[in-house]
Design a protein around this ligand. Structure first.
Ligand code: 5GP
Length: 202
C-alpha cells in the first residue's frame, strides 16, 4: 500500500480556497476532506458532520483537554479545531487528506504533520482580490478594508508553504493541485514498500 499524506491548503482572506477545495473534492472522490469542529452556530446551508462538527463550548473544551485536536484556535470568539484521529486514521490507510485551513491553523498543523504537502493559494493581483471582496455585496466598506489588511498580514506566511497556486481560474487551480497530489504520491518517501521489485532495495 502507498503511504497516505495530508495536504494543507491555505490562502489569504478572499483567496478562494474554499471554492477550490469544494471543486477538488467533487472531481476526486477518492480524496478525503478533514471536517473541522467549531462552537459557532451552523449557517442555514451547513450540515453537521459535512461542513463542520458543531459542538457546545463545554464539549469542545473537554476535547482540548483530551488532546483530540491536531490544532485548535479561537477565531472571532468561536473555537475551531482539526480532529486528530480522523487525519491519523485516514493517512494510515493510505488516503490523501485535504485540510482547508487559515494560515495560523496551517502553521500549527505543520508542526504536528511536518511531512504534509503545503499549498498556498493567492489571487492574481491586489486589484482582483479587492474586486472579489466587493462582489460579496453583504460586507461593509469597513469589513472589506479589514479583510484587505488581513490579506497583507497573511501573505507573510507564504514562505512556510512549498507550492503556490495563482487563482486566475478555479478549474486551472484545481488541475494544478491535482498535479501536485499526483507528483507527491510518486515521491520515493511515499512509495509502495510491498512492491515486488522494490523488495530487493530493502
Ligand atoms: P467560518 O466560520 O467562516 O467557516 O471560518 C472562520 C475561520 O475559521 C476561517 O478563517 C477558517 O479558515 C477558520 N477555520 C476553520 N476551520 C478551522 C480549524 O479547524 N482550525 C483553525 N485553526 N481554523 C479554522
Amino acid at each position: 500500500m502507498k503511504k497516505g499524506f495530508l495536504v494543507i491548503i491555505s490562502a489569504p482572506s478572499g483567496g478562494g480556497k474554499t471554492t477550490i477545495c469544494r471543486s477538488l473534492l467533487r472531481r476526486n472522490p477518492e480524496l478525503v476532506y478533514s471536517v473541522s469542529a467549531t462552537t459557532r452556530p451552523p449557517r442555514k446551508s451547513e450540515k453537521d458532520g459535512a461542513d463542520y462538527f458543531f459542538l457546545k463550548e463545554s464539549e469542545f473544551k473537554k476535547r482540548i483537554t483530551q488532546e483530540r485536536f491536531a490544532e485548535w484556535a479561537i477565531v472571532h470568539n468561536n473555537y475551531y479545531g482539526t480532529p486528530r484521529r480522523f487525519v491519523d486514521q485516514n493517512v494510515k490507510q493510505g488516503k490523501v487528506v485535504i485540510c482547508d485551513i487559515d494560515v495560523q491553523g496551517g502553521e500549527k498543523i505543520m508542526q504536528v504533520y511536518p511531512e504534509a504537502v503545503k499549498i498556498f493559494i493567492i489571487p492574481p493581483t491586489w486589484e482582483e482580490l479587492e474586486k472579489r471582496l466587493r462582489r460579496r455585496a453583504t460586507d461593509s466598506e469597513e469589513v472589506i478594508l479589514r479583510r484587505l489588511r488581513n490579506a497583507r498580514r497573511e501573505l507573510k506566511y507564504i514562505k512556510r508553504y512549498k507550492y503556490c497556486i495563482v487563482n486566475d481560474s478555479v478549474l486551472q487551480s484545481v488541475k494544478e493541485i491535482e498535479n501536485i497530489i499526483i507528483a507527491e504520491g510518486l515521491t520515493i518517501q511515499r512509495m509502495d514498500r510491498d512492491n515486488d521489485f522494490l523488495r530487493e532495495e530493502k
